[in-house]
Design a protein around this ligand. Sequence first.
Ligand code: ADP
Ligand code: ZN
Length: 733
Amino acid sequence: MSITQAREILKHQFGYDSFRLEQEAVIEAVLAKKDCVVLMPTGGGKSLCYQIPAMIFDGLTVVVSPLIALMKDQVDALKANGVEAAFINSTQTVSEQTAVIRSVRNGQTKLLYVAPERLASGIDRFLDFLKEIDVSLFAIDEAHCISSWGHDFRPDYMQLGVLKREFPGVPLIALTATADTLVRKDIFERLNITHADLFISSFNRPNIFYSVEPKRNSYDQLLKYLRNRKDESGIIYCLSRASVDSLAEDLRDEGFSALPYHAGLDKETRDRHQESFLKDETKIVVATIAFGMGIDKSNVRFVVHMDLPKNIESYYQETGRAGRDGLASEALLFFSWADVIKLKKFAQVDGNAEQSAIMLKKLDQMGEFGDLRSCRRRFLLRYFSENLSENCGNCDNCTTAVETFDGTIIAQKALSAVARTGQRFGIAYLVDFLRGSTAAKIRDEHKNLKTYGVGADISKDNWFDYFKDLLAQGFLVQNDGDFPTIALSETSMDVLAGRTKVQLNKAREKASERASVETVAEHPHIPELFESLRTLRATMARGENVPPYVVFSDVTLIEMATYLPQTADQMLRISGVGDVKFDKYGADFLNEIRNYCSRNNLASRIDLKSRRRERKVRPKRGQNGRDTYQTSLDMFRSGMSPREIAKEREIGLSTVENHLTKFIATGEVLLNDLVALEKVPTIRKAIVECSDSQALSPIKEKLGDDYSYGEIRAVIAWLDAGLDSRSASPSVV
Ligand code: ADP
Ligand code: ZN
């Protein structure tokens, strides 16, 4: 039993090149029969942590999973990779259950998925049955369900402590995406694994773009947003069932493919809607939070919150359902303080002051997030006790370079509106007042004031932003309470008297107007081919009655449409193509790609994919290649520039750069021979940001014309050789 075996399985059965996050460490611990608690973000790849050991162990791995509805999909996905898996639950007939039991007894089934109640309540003396067979591992998925501090408490989970008591020698692995310390403590204690190893992976989801928009005209904003994302899958969360129903209907009227999902619908309808979404037949699900737990749909491109989630944990978990395939995805929240106030009314837990206080605090933090003007990812990760050393560059606050302008006059108008109306009103009223609204709510006596209507030339949205800005800069203050009012601050007079100038942030671009996520830009794939591969995938999935991602994920299809594999070997190098899937689907997909290529006169581009694999390759000694590399090196050492060498040898400049790059690892060429040092940090940052992609072109695109492929390759070689000693600055060169 070794990690080498695990790597083989990763490659051949699942078709992946390398482990992610803590996967490898976890698998090693499990193989050593240690109990483990694994905290990994949604989409991080928790399943492989027990699936791979399950295939290595001799006996059975029992997986406890809370959602019966998902078991079939999970098992189907495993079978598609040639893993013998089964599930047993109350939706099956007696004879189906008997067949499963038989396949477990004769050792055919390696992984068995069960619901917690089967273990807890002893349905069919299930524990006795397990004792008769050889159990190698217990895996508890969604382990946070064991804690009432969590957001998904399930009483049945409380009984799972029985496993460690009854099977003390069988290792147990508990997995969750919730990192809360109280929840964590409950997992260790209630499962009786207080000595378990803890594995925490970074909760960062770098491919998710976080943005927040003010909750005003949110429906119109949403429509615009969705029109920019026509063919993409997404989830839209609302607080109430009624708003779910009406929003889904409205969206359908607008021509969107949208279905509702909430606990008030009957089970059959819910299952049907979920199924249709998983199969990509429906693009959008409008849902209450009842939807999504454990949803393994990897290509959800956006998650929208129409209403405020109750706490950061829920928000993070819900938004985490976007982009599990690692491609660029978005999380959009429509935020208003009114939502915070509304939720606070529900947050009071009768007779439990302590719990109420926790809930209220969590709501305030949610509010803080909504109002944040700095990097959202840093805030979120800090919440989960992680520190990001730099701003992320992939949230609304990071990407909207805040340009400022002299807003002294605007500030004076705003401040004087506050003063003249007696410091007793909220922002909404003040904005209407400034814009000269004729609405009834504006008091008659205010309509005679000099400031009434002086801000009619500025839009409502912009006024709101300016007020927030003035608050943030301390030129105004907000009084807390159910209806926050605005008052002057100590510095207000200086502004009104013209003694202080005020810089305001320029209004920002709205998310609904931003172009859709360009998943394409990251991977320069051929969209047309991608489309036909998608169609082929749909056909095959229908034939086998499984969701499309069970055949291949979007990432896998995009790789195919990028690298255009032409042979079996090349196909097997595509991420997500393991041996079994290759046998099943490889020929059909190869066919499709070959046909497309011959029609369009295209050749394989699989060599673009070799960057990672070749990273440790040193210049080959004693072969022909050595000579040509060495020649370039010798000429370089004699003082010729790469361009001169290229000319002299009548080969391309990039070839020469390539030759020289190979000697970075050996120290015979220095990085600053090939790249100006001040360019290194920028190049390096782009490389890190594009680390999901095997191709160089996304990096090049990011950097633009001032940077060459040769420079990029040189920095990659330098990083791969470990010469940067992982420090943040290149001063070590
Ligand atoms: P989680 O349960 O943590 O939310 P999953 O186990 O469902 O996440 O994995 C999410 C996706 O990532 C799946 O499509 C899975 O096949 C894929 N995946 C997992 N591990 C790897 C890996 N090492 N390399 C590439 N893809 C992976
Ligand atoms: Zn950021």
